[in-house]
Design a protein around this ligand. Structure first.
Ligand code: FAD
Ligand code: FES
Length: 298
């Protein structure tokens, strides 16, 4: 299988697990666009000094102006998965899918063209190619819930650019908590929504259960990102059917690069990992549960 990301020309400096190392320090990116996408927003910025990230990696983001100060939240930058990344002469063009849930996302949602976006990244461990998880892999099944479809959008593009077949299952709570579908253009998508406004009425994991029942577990590989309850259902289903899986997980993150231990979570084998450096993409078999305390998306 060829190297895994859209960023092959820059792949030389990658770590063993495929991660693209972040340049030292925080950089100023410039916002190119900030568009609504259903109930979410897609913010695109030019990162002149940054490398192209691998799918599953994330950035710590803050606005150049109006972040903290005068005792106002937010104080710390916030973590966001990169949803699209393309390279050009002017640098990396990065898109983030954002749900306004608090002071940081509310401030980011107000950015306009030309505003400064402060970036640290790319950070964390990316998705692994299907044949690394299962030597008999016939393709990939991507399972996204709500805002969790962000890292899967870039992973889908990466798989497609290497001719690896993928099928995407995307689920939403309701119309207000749905968006970002344009990031999945050209994909074979099946949709679910809890309120029935689109696709199957129910959970995205209902679709996964059906798909796995029709597939051979011997050749399946699942990649999932979404709220903890959804990830836990995916993890349990894959364990039951002995299907290899990776989960892109969330936890509260203060630094994003291993210094604060705020993102520690238990390993099945004992001990702890720091989700920002040992994840956010983890092998499903390495965790007892995907229910992470403090990861608040529903
Ligand atoms: C690796 C990683 C990737 C992420 N990618 C994205 C992304 O692509 N798009 C996106 O919109 N968000 C993403 N998040 C979540 C985002 O970083 C948090 O929602 C962030 O805390 C929002 O900041 P805030 O100041 O707006 O709200 P906060 O004041 O931090 O919190 C507001 C509400 O959000 C909930 N919350 C707090 N922390 C988290 C968390 N880590 N995850 C889920 N809910 C939380 C709380 O329950 C609270 O009610 C990601 C988080 C991580 C760790
Ligand atoms: S967020 Fe600080 S160690 Fe992970």
């Amino acid at each position: 299988m060829p190297a895994r990301a859209d960023s092959e020309p820059r792949a030389a400096g990658r770590g063993e697990d495929g991660r693209v190392p972040a340049p030292f320090g925080r950089r100023r990116g410039e916002v190119i666009a900030n568009e609504p996408s259903g109930g979410y927003r897609i913010i695109t910025a030019l990162d002149p000094g940054g490398p192209l990230p691998a799918a599953g990696q994330f950035y710590m983001l803050a606005t150049e102006g109006g972040w903290g100060g005068d005792g106002e939240r937010p104080f710390l930058p916030r973590a966001f998965s990169v949803a699209e990344a393309t390279g050009g002469a002017e640098g990396a063009r990065l898109s983030f899918l954002l749900e306004d849930v608090g002071p940081g996302t509310a401030r980011l949602a107000t950015l306009t063209e030309g505003d400064g976006l402060l970036l640290t990244g790319p950070l964390g461990r990316p998705f692994s190619p299907p044949d690394e998880l299962n030597p008999d892999a016939a393709g990939a099944i991507l399972v996204g819930g709500g805002i969790g479809l962000a890292p899967l959008a870039l992973w889908r593009r990466t798989l497609a650019s290497h001719g690896i077949p993928e099928r995407s299952l995307l689920g939403f709570r309701d119309r207000e908590h749905a968006g970002g579908l344009e990031l999945f253009r050209c994909s074979e998508i099946r949709l679910a929504s809890e309120d029935g406004h689109v696709g199957h009425r129910g959970y995205v994991t209902d679709l996964l259960e059906r798909m796995l029942a029709g597939d051979s577990a011997r050749t399946a590989v699942v990649y999932a990102c979404g709220p903890p309850a959804m990830l836990e259902a995916v993890r349990a289903l894959c364990e039951l059917r002995e299907v290899a899986a990776e989960l892109a997980m969330e936890s509260p993150m203060a630094c994003g690069y291993g210094a604060c231990f705020g993102c520690a979570m238990p390993l099945r084998s004992g001990g702890y990992m720091r989700l920002c450096v040992d994840g956010p993409v983890v092998r499903a078999a390495d965790v007892e549960t995907a229910l992470v305390a403090g990861a608040g998306h529903r």
